[in-house]
Design a protein around this ligand. Sequence first.
Ligand code: SF4
Length: 444
Amino acid sequence: MAELAPKTSPRISFVSLGCPKALVDSERIITRLRAEGYELSRGHDGADLVIVNTCGFLDSAKAESLSAIGEALAENGKVVVTGCMGAEPEQIRAVHPSVLAISGPQQYESVLAAVHEAVPPQHDPFLDLVPEHGIKLTPRHYAYLKISEGCNNRCTFCIIPKLRGDLVSRPLAEVMREAERLVAAGVKELLVISQDTSAYGVDIKYAESLWRDRERSARFFDLAEALGELGAWVRLHYVYPYPHVDRVMDLMASGKVLPYLDIPFQHASPTVLKRMKRPASQEKTLARVQAWRAAVPDLTLRSTFIVGFPGETEAEFTELLDFLKEAELDRVGCFKFEPVAGAPANALADPVPDEVKAERYDRFMKTQQAISARRLKRKVGTRQQVIIDSVGPAGAIGRTKGDAPEIDGRVHIASRRPLRVGEITSVKIEAADAYDLRGTAVGF
Ligand code: SF4
């Protein structure tokens, strides 16, 4: 498109920070801008305006957002700010009073209005062709599919409900139409995201909508089942261990949905979970994990945990380590608790001193690394389906069904025939370390 565009097309430089949910917001804004004839600029320098989509989840993310805004102001001068940190405009104005406009997450109209005011659109319907599936910021072969906005939970360490509001689910047919368009455009892997995927549809009372000649309910299982009909890899993120998640195991066992679940447990001690006000904290998680593994032996479980939550005692931390050893999760991320301005957890029982947090973090990581390495080693000698993410002179890099992009491990692949980005190929796994696998492409 770049060479076809008229020289007068206004150019926008876009910075997208934060989580996959923010990335989806960025994609929507960019799609709208491109539909209106705006071009994307590679740098701030040659752009008419810069949009910074900020993250406000942790204080460190806020600092990164402020510095990105500062850079954009220094290099360009015309800056529109949106995203999670935009929900607290006074914090941005205090550091960068000259930004043109500030809006919160999903306030697409406000962003567009600010852009229109600063750099009016030059619409040319002939040239402003936007692909039917919108503009994606992820590589063409995978895409994030956002099924809802907001969250009905009130975890004490989190301000997302404050920033994004209560749960608002998209009707099933609308999600499916987007998913179909993506698959038709070449997407091979759909990553289902939201704040709480297992709560999908609660707010709209599981309303039915028509897709492929059948009324379907906006329920977690029905959505997973419908997505499984598209023939793409379907990966479920941010699922909580509620009893109704058990049904999805059948879809995994029959190959309709990837045998992968991303469950942010955050802790395992019932008392800490209670202080965190975590969803599903009363569930018998360990028993559930074991039953899932029995139903789907190749299930990959990914999770994240927080160590050093206010008031965490040594005994509570030991409960967490015991859980790790018993649950044998495959992929685990760990964060040291960081107070987030406005989160109720800050006012909870005594903060854990930094050196204790650091020491617990090390013990946690050491325990989990041994588990992850052991579980990954079980793949050595097997054949795995691998989706190719990149191809270079040293070989190709891909992911198994057990690896989500950007957060999990990779497979380094040797191949006698050229591999293409986005293709799914069979790889004989020959070696493993704590995170990654190595193997050779087999079969033609
Ligand atoms: S589930 Fe908890 S941590 Fe996740 S967005 Fe909702 S309130 Fe925040």
